[in-house]
Design a protein around this ligand. Sequence first.
Ligand code: M6R
Length: 608
Amino acid sequence: MCGIFAYTGNNGKNAGEVLLDGLSSLEYRGYDSAGIYLPESGIVKSTGAVSQLRRKLPAGYFGKSGIAHIRWATHGEPTEINAHPHKDCSGNIWLAHNGIVENYKELREKLTELGHTFLSATDTEVLAHLIEEHLKVEKDFERAALAALREVKGTYGLAIAYALEPEKVIAARMGSPVVLGLGENERFIASDASPILKHTSQVVFLEDGEIAVITPTKHDIFKLDGGRIERKAEKIDWNVEAAQRGGYQHFMLKEIMEGPEVVENTLRGRLLEKEGLAKLGGLEGVADEIKKAERMIIVGCGTAYYAGLTGEYMLEEHAGIPVEVELGSEFRYRHPVLNPKTMLLAVSQSGETLDTLEAIREGKRRGALTLSIVNTVGSTIARETDAGVYNHAGPEIGVASTKALVSQLTALSLLTIFLGRQRRMSIETGQEIARELQAIPDKIRSILERRTEIERLAKKYAKARDFLYIGRKYNYSIAFEGALKLKEISYIHAEGCGAGEMKHGPLAMIDEHFPTMAIATSDSVYEKVASNIQEIKARKGPVIALATEGNHEIAKAADDVIYVPKTIEMLSPILNVVPLQLFAYYFAKEKGYNVDRPRNLAKSVTVE
Ligand code: M6R
């Protein structure tokens, strides 16, 4: 998730200042590098945050229009060369991009054959050269941009500048948000309204497949086929912070709501449904070692550790690989036995968690093949492992990890197909998992649409001082994750427990004041969990059951039911975790806590 911002005006303002100021309010979207281009003053790029970019601006950096970008790397390390805006060969076309160009390899090959020279490792740069190529035929900036975008597969929120028409900036949207701001003799393009609000509250939201051409006094919107669109401006009353949160009260809720797109982004270009295969480009460099590997150890901390536990079940059942899962903080001190046929897989949102990083370093010293599933491109774990898979979930701001887990589970499912098809998984199973994975985003959407029911339940139970979460098999770890979410933002005692373990101790805690969240979706262990619910009810414990749509029986046993759509057992954790995240969110909100910044915790734990 990067941020784009563009400006054109004729009221004496310095576009350079306007853009830098606006980029700062987009920094929550990314912070690894930034860049700015003014046709009148040229390009300046820098690694790091906007303050570093500001320090690099030469004296007299001035212009009436320009485009700017704050990057959160997806393709290519966070270096100055890879920072946006990117240009074509002539140096006249410049663009800032938020999204992923899926067919960039094909486009890059084609354009290279046509004589274009590329400077960066990004997917974005092809877009500038593609427009340049079309400009040769179309002889018109707008028509060239339209023709180029019709060839692009993937997602984009774009701001495109052309040095020969400096007053004009083109915006385009496909899957990544773009807002136009309409001021007095000035127009803006941005990834969200936060950098615009200081200047105007009149905005127009672009839809997918639309481009807009802005000049200081005008904005014209077109479909990709060239057809003109009329859309009225809207007035928005949000403040800057609310705009960054997309109008949600907290980043945590915004990030839970991003679940469907996060799954789509993690899967993008990686599933070959017909062949029942997964393509993981990041692992290609170690393909031989992976084929020869005999076991895997997954390391992580907190939520990432729970993702690993679910991964263990996926990989052992469907890929036939022996898997162990370890907390980073334990692994590094216990003399693990490893060899080159051991894959050590780190799962980490930040890629900076010290315990996970040290586990990887320990694994390297002991000769293991080190792999990673990491969200932050260019982070230490991503750099230090031999190969890896990026999540493409976008930055996660809320301390409670939500969308990252959804993405980690998706990536582990891809890894299961990838490794499974090299080993014992049939093409039919590969196809079935791929098909079901593709249906997950819509199923998450349907859970999110019913979030007010979960809010009502959270309010009903918000006075509880203890909470038990039970689950089994694939949802064993999800019970622990549900409890972690609740305790870290609500500060109450919440405990995860394997449903089968209840009678070995935890059942003693149950009475009418001790509620249980029971993950009882329809799968191979459903009957067992249903019996556990009966045992709890027999001790007067209140029960909320998480069940599969259509299971009306369970409503007779449990006090309350949260329904989720059906999917295959292996993928059920991806759906089941979403209502648990929402429940924890609304529970903490009801208690009046700052859900995005829980006490005593930090987003990234870079100390022991
Ligand atoms: O960045 P990482 O995924 O390595 O972080 C691991 C844990 O610190 C993290 O998941 C933590 O448990 C979250 N606060 C849980 O919501």
